[in-house]
Design a protein around this ligand. Structure first.
Ligand code: MG
Length: 299
């Protein structure tokens, strides 16, 4: 039986990108990535990093140093209970100064070579897999391999109504790997593609879609993990599970109904002054209720 995988770009998706990483000391995981990886692993996805490393062709770092950088990345992840199933990198570049690595390569994103190699070596069904990355070349590589794609864009929350052409190419656009994991875990799996050649770029007419609030299909445990991470990474944003205006709104609605009941009781016993007072109190509370629910909707 074939495996499914999430292919993940390295810089600016999994770890910070300070410009150029040429030493293990520069490796810094982005917030919450270990929880995203853990929940994806738990859901049965292989985690495969695919990274262009043209710095090797340019003589900026050696393959040995890159191995150390990746060992450090794995160490930091395993310290937090997450792991990577594989890392593929492309050391080649057409303008490389190191002769061995100078030249075009099918491995270099936007070519899908690293994903195809991963698919062969780890028995991965690409049609059931995802590519997550911050750059258009990540999305193109994922699409050429026949995977679904998610673009990670820090700026997407700044202008929610604005969709630029590059973002629009991906199936989903989110803010970070944690949100990408949420999308992957809630999306239904595709019907398996029966006869897809691994080397063939599969046409992929997926309708455009932004990440919307569809019902979650993640397990409760995964959901809780991800909700906690969302709170950590976005402290200003309230989650859907608790809202103070909504709770107060529910409370005032109950009190309103109680007030209406008392109004009728006062009327029944002929105390019209009491009935008017209670009617005014009930009306005021009803207005408060509506105000609180409007506040909750905008929350
Ligand atoms: Mg990147």
């Amino acid at each position: 039986m074939s495996n499914k995988a999430v292919f993940i770009d390295r810089d600016h998706t999994l770890i910070e990108d300070p410009g150029y990483i040429s030493a293990p000391e520069a490796v810094k995981l982005l917030p919450g990535v270990e929880l995203a990886l853990k929940s994806l692993s738990q859901a049965g996805y292989k985690i495969v990093v695919v990274t262009n490393q043209s710095g090797i062709a340019r003589g900026l770092l050696t393959e040995e140093t890159l191995e150390k950088i990746h060992a450090e990345m794995r160490r930091q992840l395993s310290e937090k209970g997450a792991h990577l199933d594989a890392i593929y990198y492309c050391p080649y570049h057409p303008e490389g100064t190191i002769e061995r690595y100078a030249g075009e390569s099918d491995l270099r994103k936007p070519q899908p070579g690293m994903l195809l190699q991963g698919s062969r070596e780890l028995d991965i069904d690409l049609s059931q897999s995802w590519m997550v990355g911050d750059s258009p070349r990540d999305i193109e590589a994922g699409q050429r391999a026949g995977c679904r794609t998610i673009r990670v864009r820090v700026r997407v929350s700044d202008a929610p109504g604005q969709v630029d052409e590059e973002s629009a190419q991906a199936d989903f656009t989110v803010r970070n790997l944690v949100d990408a994991a949420r999308v992957i875990l809630r999306e239904p799996t595709r019907q398996p593609v029966v006869s897809s050649g691994l080397h063939e770029a599969i046409e992929h007419p997926q309708p455009q879609a932004q990440a919307t609030e569809a019902p979650d299909e993640a397990s409760p445990v995964q959901q809780e993990i991800l909700d906690r991470v969302r709170k950590l990474t976005a402290p200003g944003k309230k989650t859907e599970t608790f809202s103070l205006p909504r709770m107060l709104g529910a409370l005032t609605q109950v009190l309103t109904l109680l007030g209406v009941l008392i109004t009728f009781v006062q009327m029944y016993y002929g105390n019209m002054r009491g009935a008017i007072v209670w009617a005014i109190v009930s009306a005021t509370m009803q207005i408060m209720t509506l105000t609180l629910f409007v506040a909750w909707r905008r929350d």
